[in-house]
Design a binder for this molecule. Structure first.
Ligand SMILES: [Zn+2]
Length: 535
């Protein structure tokens, strides 16, 4: 039996069954084709007589002929374009998500970031894939100033401030993170590795990087040599020149290039979190943690890596350089990043003093899933403005949707909109397959509500879509007791404070007080409480 190898760079191998029937041009006879990867090229081993005369019809033909489910297209930060999803293992998508650093509570901006992989998994599962997700817990090595390695470890700062051990701090805030994520229906990942449990793997990766000339050691600290990795900067579109120009202040004189980053940091034995290593006692840098945990749990190639837009540089740029430096080949097939959450136009961050924890919104009477509803209104890649007014609007819209659903569910009418429901279903699947177009999916929810389908058909459709949306549509919504007009005033006041217009902020506080809402200013932004209405 003659075997011919045809190399086809553009063929989507992952979508092809292991063995397929193809029609040869020459004689119209069926022949068996086996697919496999040879030196990074998709190749066909074609078995059959006169195989040399066999040519594939076209790449286009292959992609569509063997597409097992709806074609999912997802944006890849590395290539700056939407690309069809091609899982390495047919039908299974493996995802690594950067998780929280557990030295403080997560805020709703962090929760929006963690909602991206949740929506991704729910959508993929809805479309017939299986998913496996790893979300790490960073419990060491996250410095207060990553850029120049001058900062303190955030875990240790919190441990000192709260008079607890780093382990106690990590356990406490890990539990708080899990509870907050559950409040907005972010499902647990399949694995939640803790960085401190992967120190040997990190040491091994660093040793390989030194052996391969990608890293160097000075006085017990190991740096990544970015000049040794020409692709450095490709993910974040930073050139090494730009990195050089962008570095301010004093540069660590031990670095060969100011942009070199720390893989292992020397530390005295009396530090709270310290491990022995070939380079002496120390602790790992933040970036190497994710290379170690992702490859340990998902292998040297996996499908998707997620994170927030603020992780692209330096964290993911560094992770890419480390993982590819070790393996010599691409490890992550696709990078996906979620847009930031803004409050009064500024990024929600602890340092900016303008963040909310989800439990605070619950204390103020909001349904926590109103935040999820709000997040679904924007494309995941764009930044989203948060305000009390917008959240109140989302809360009311969610309450209305749930009320309508309860009404329809209570009425027993016949199912007769089969055809129309099928059409809606096809559009919903197309929306989530198009780079997770959740705003598009939410627009379809509104269309279904207004449609002439029977209540029973609407309920059936919306309950099914809720597997992706995660809005608990069968739950009841707490009544928001914010007096009419108060949320607008609160939002105006948020903006006034951000603009340091304290005169206006004081006037608005008086107006709110007249409505029965007291406002206090804290280091984390304004907080309010509904008190008894004045008579
Ligand atoms: Zn990470």
């Amino acid at each position: 039996m003659q075997v011919t190898v045809l190399e086809l760079d553009d063929v989507d191998l992952a979508k092809l069954p292991n063995s397929v029937q193809v029609l040869t041009r020459e004689r119209g006879a069926l022949t068996q084709v086996r697919t496999e990867v040879v030196h990074e090229h998709a190749s066909f081993y074609v078995a059959g007589a006169r195989a040399s005369a066999l040519q594939p019809v076209s790449t286009h033909y292959w992609e569509h002929r063997f597409d097992p489910v709806t074609t999912v297209r997802l944006y890849n930060t590395l290539t700056r374009q939407k690309e069809p999803l091609m899982p390495l293992e047919q039908g299974v998508v493996r995802i690594y998500s950067c998780g929280p650093t557990v030295y403080r509570y997560v805020h709703i901006g962090n929760l929006r970031t963690f909602m991206l992989p949740d929506l991704l998994r729910r959508s993929l599962e809805y479309l017939g894939y299986r998913s496996e997700q790893v979300m790490n817990i960073t419990d060491v090595g996250h410095l207060t100033d990553d850029t120049f390695d001058r900062g303190e470890d955030k875990m240790l700062v919190s441990a000192r401030l709260e008079s607890k051990s780093p382990e106690e701090i990590a356990a406490y805030y890990t539990k708080a993170f899990m509870e907050d994520a559950a409040l907005v229906n972010i499902r647990r990942a399949d694995h939640n590795p803790h960085a401190t449990e992967y120190i040997p793997q990190m040491i091994e990766l660093i040793s390989i990087l030194i052996a391969k000339g990608h890293a160097y050691e000075v006085d017990g600290t190991v740096y990544y040599d970015i000049a040794s990795f020409p692709a450095y900067g490709r993910l974040s579109r930073n050139s090494t020149d730009k990195l050089l120009a962008g570095s301010r202040g004093e540069v660590d004189p031990r670095k060969r290039h100011p942009g070199d980053f720390t893989l292992w940091k020397a530390a005295g034995q009396d530090r709270l979190q310290v491990w022995s290593s070939p380079w002496g006692p120390g602790f790992p840098g933040w970036h190497i943690e994710c290379s170690a945990m992702s490859m340990s749990l998902l292998g040297e190639r996996f499908d998707i890596h997620t994170g927030g837009a603020d992780n692209v540089f330096p964290h993911h740029e560094a992770e890419l350089a480390q993982s590819e430096g070790v393996t010599g080949h691409p490890v992550v097939n696709r990078w996906m990043h979620g847009g930031l959450l803004l409050l009064a136009g500024a990024r929600m961050a602890k340092s900016a003093g303008n963040f909310f924890r989800i439990t605070e919104l619950v204390d103020q009477g909001f349904d926590p899933l109103a935040f999820r509803y709000l997040a679904l209104q924007a494309k995941y890649r764009t930044s989203l403005n948060f305000s009390t007014e917008l959240l109140a609007g989302a809360h009311r819209a969610l309450a209305h949707l749930r009320d309508r659903l309860a009404d329809w569910a209570a009425r027993a009418d016949i199912q007769d909109g089969e055809h129309e429901a099928d059409e809606f279903e096809a559009r919903f699947r197309a929306a989530i397959a198009d780079d997770l177009d959740l705003p598009g999916a939410m627009a379809l929810v509104s269309e279904v509500m207004r449609s002439r389908m029977t209540g029973t058909d609407k309920v059936r459709l919306l309950r099914r879509w809720d597997l992706v949306l995660g809005l608990d549509l069968d739950r009841s919504t707490p009544k928001l007791d914010l007096p009419a007009g108060a949320s607008v005033l609160l939002e105006k006041r948020e903006h006034a404070r951000a603009a340091r217009d304290f005169k206006t902020a004081d006037r608005l506080r008086d107006e709110l007080s007249a409505l029965g809402v007291t406002v206090t200013d804290t280091s984390q932004g304004q907080r309010w409480k509904v008190v008894r209405r004045r008579t």
